[in-house]
Design a protein around this ligand. Structure first.
Ligand code: DGJ
Length: 728
């Protein structure tokens, strides 16, 4: 039973994997947080509630009792009634006040995991999870707040969300509704988060918490390149393998905020959810608002343990559809090979070489539709450019299929070019605040995805293409941030709902399309990895990680991405040199070795490869077939961080039964006479492993404690792939 309720003490204890989480209902109806951490066995935990009640100037509700909300550890703190820290909920009532108060009313424990209306979420069946649904109420506004907890038996993961219903008789406005809040009785943490930019996503930042409010957020309309919707609080001494780590990951693709506040009492509050900036949601009597889901993971095996829990959970209980745990086809994408300059002949030449080399799919990127020969036109005109592809899509796809290859196609559905038939017909479909000129970015505007007619148009237009030929894959791109995001379709007082409604519209469309085309493999993309978030994984089990395909840059980007996202979701391609983003030259082997750590492919003009390079492609294709089950289905261990040393980077994958492992060792920048002992992780200490490259057999304990000796002189950018196989 993962959820226990001690009716006498009024304490809930949630046991998820090797973690426990506890809170109680106090005599005034408040929900006080008691504990989150390694598994414990008691429920009589009320003694853990804060007894420091000398907070100056703070009110003592409700009966002048000595306690104050400002020092209490709370499950879902509210605004304006005596807790001055960051709050989870703020409701603007009809009386014009945002003072909010919540009291416990009832609870229910059910088998299985709750689902969220209109929003993607972790799923689990009745044997795998339980749900706790706590009903709280604000007596004045009539707001009924359901706090949902999903407790997964076999994962150290607890999911949280809130559903707010207007149970009163007058409308109110939700100004902030977080998915989760978490109070810790200490601030002895480092905060880890992933920041970045276009072509430099998910860089790792780790810094101690201080007495302030630290916020990681996006208000760009998407989860964004700038910050990922993730943060971890880790003990100062935590490493990849040891120490405590609390991960917090938000299943959401829009504006989000994760706030960590430390007060003078040395406590920490973490609050995460939809960004309250540029947000307000009117709730009429009887209506409901659902927050996105927060996924909390506890690990006492350091950051590595936390990441592996996210990887397994997201791979098997968040990704959906037939591709989620299937080995992904090796694809060649023509973007960096041809950019917009292609026609049927060029594509077929690439496909012919691809087939000869063992590549399994050709992806036709941007430029196949409307009159699009550069990025200045045609977004929205989702019909084939017959000047480039004479006779249309079907004959091309048939020819590609005849070569033995699958065929994939690129779309950027959420956009509209001012120079497009769609814009000339429906200028009003552009997302824009009434009275303002829409800002342009990459020569394009954004469609108002809050509108049902826009969603229907896109469903029909994309369906027409997907049904017109044998299309096996869709790359779903999104290449600008939102501006003037105030839908003209909404009344002025509801326009701050636009950002969230945009995301709901996107999910609804993706849901319809992925259900209608269950065999199609969807890949997410946003100018590289600008929308690499858990919610997009529900529709696309792999995401284009970055437009930076330079192997050395990819070491950092893929390493950072692995903090939350499974290798099977990290799309990675071998591209040409000098690299188009950095101008750097790295060997073909290294480009392959780095890309091999994810959903593998090529992003170049195969017809331009030398005979020697073509032999290397064949070798990499064979390696991928041998190693993909290990990489995409195994356990991932980070060994040497490119954020800590510019000289060494390493990671490895271990099969679930520990009978096989693949180690990747990279030297981004060499040093002369520099030792390289590499201690491995995740092996069975008692098993003997054959290191195929060295022809040496060593036991797991030797490999994990003494390590491999990889010391020799390397060139900049050299790398080594080591395959280990258990021999007994
Ligand atoms: C941005 C993507 O990240 C690229 O891979 C490519 O598809 C371009 N858009 C096409 O415009």
């Amino acid at each position: 039973m993962p959820i226990l309720f001690d009716a006498e003490k009024k304490v809930f204890r949630l046991d998820a994997g090797s973690s426990s989480y506890a809170f109680c209902i106090d005599s005034h109806g408040y929900l006080f947080h008691l504990y989150y951490g390694a598994k414990i066995s008691d429920t009589d935990l009320f003694y853990l509630q804060s007894s420091l009640q000398m907070a100056s100037f703070c009110p003592n509700p409700p009966d002048n009792s000595p306690f104050t909300l400002d020092t209490a550890f709370q499950e879902y703190p509210v605004n304006g009634t005596g807790d001055y820290r960051v709050s989870a909920l703020s409701i603007l009532g009809e009386n014009g006040s945002t003072a909010t108060s919540l009291q416990y009313r009832s609870h229910a424990i059910q088998k299985g995991k709750y689902a969220l209306e209109g929003l993607p979420a972790v799923y689990a069946d009745e044997n795998e999870a339980e749900t706790l649904d706590i009903l709280m109420e604000d007596p004045l506004t009539g707001a009924e707040v359901h706090l949902l907890y999903g407790v997964l038996d076999n994962y150290s993961a607890i999911t949280r969300a809130a559903v707010i219903r207007n149970g009163g008789s007058t409308p109110f406005v939700i100004e902030k509704a977080a998915s989760a809040a978490l109070d810790f009785p200490t601030m002895d943490f480092d905060m880890v988060h992933l920041y970045g930019q276009w072509a430099g996503e998910r860089q790792v930042c780790r810094a101690p918490l201080t007495h302030d409010i630290r916020t990681v957020a996006s208000k760009r309309g998407s989860s964004s390149h700038a910050h990922n919707p993730f943060a971890a609080l880790v003990s100062h001494s935590a490493t990849e393998t040891t120490g405590e780590a609390y991960g917090a990951s938000l299943v959401y693709s829009g504006n989000f905020a994760i706030e960590a506040e430390c007060d003078a009492l040395e406590t920490t509050r973490l609050v995460m959810g939809v960004n309250p900036i540029d947000f307000a949601w009117t709730l009429n009597p009887g209506e409901r608002f659902t927050t996105p889901e927060a996924v909390l993971v506890y690990s006492n095996e350091g950051l590595g343990g936390m990441s592996r829990t996210y990887h397994k959970l997201y791979r098997s209980h968040l990704c959906r559809g037939e591709w989620k745990e299937k080995i992904r086809p090796i694809l060649v994408n023509n973007w960096e090979g041809t950019y917009f300059d292609f026609d049927e002949q060029k594509l077929l030449a690439i496909a012919k070489d691809a087939a000869e080399l063992g590549i399994e799919m050709l992806v036709m990127d941007d430029g196949w539709f409307g009159k699009r020969n550069d990025d200045r036109s045609s977004l929205g005109d989702w019909f084939v450019n017959e000047e480039k592809l004479k006779g249309g899509l079907k004959p091309l796809v048939e020819k590609v299929n005849a070569l033995g290859l699958k065929f994939g196609i690129w779309f950027e559905p959420e956009m509209i070019s001012p120079d497009s038939e769609l814009y000339r017909e429906h200028p009003d479909w552009t997302l824009c605040a009434p009275g303002r000129e829409p800002s342009i970015a990459r020569n394009q505007y954004v469609l108002d995805m809050t509108r049902k007619d826009v969603q229907d148009y896109l469903f029909d237009a994309i369906s027409a293409i997907l049904s017109s030929a044998n299309i096996a894959y869709v790359k779903w791109d999104f290449n600008r941030n939102l501006t003037e995001a105030a839908s003209a379709k909404l009344p002025p007082e509801r326009r701050k709902e636009t950002f969230h409604r945009y995301v709901l519209g996107l999910y609804s469309l993706l849901d319809r399309l992925t259900s209608a085309y269950p065999h199609v493999l969807f890949e997410g993309c946003s100018g590289g990895g600008g929308r690499f978030d858990p919610a997009m994984l529900c529709y696309s089990p792999q995401i284009w990680t970055s437009d930076d395909t330079d192997a050395m840059e990819r070491c950092r980007i893929q390493y950072g991405t692995s903090f939350v996202y499974p290798p099977s979701s990290i799309s990675a391609h071998v591209s040409a040199v000098p690299n188009h983003q950095t101008g750097r030259v790295t060997s073909f082997e290294t480009r392959g070795n780095v890309a091999m750590a994810g959903a593998f492919g090529y992003e170049l003009d195969l017809t331009k490869l030398t005979a020697e390079e073509k032999e290397l492609v064949k070798k990499q294709v064979a390696q991928y077939h041998a190693y993909a089950p290990l990489v995409q289905g195994g356990d991932f261990y980070r060994l040497l961080s490119p954020f800590e040393s510019e000289n060494r980077c390493a990671w490895m994958s271990v099969s679930p039964d520990k009978s096989e492992a693949l180690v990747t060792f990279i030297v981004p920048r060499t040093r002369v006479n520099f030792n390289s002992y590499l201690r491995l992780a995740g092996l069975d200490p008692r098993k003997k492993y054959l290191d195929e490259s060295a022809g040496r057999v060593l036991s797991g304990d030797t490999l994990m404690n003494a390590g491999l000796n990889l010391s020799r002189n390397y060139c900049d950018g050299e790398s080594v792939l080591i395959h280990l196989k258990a021999v007994q």
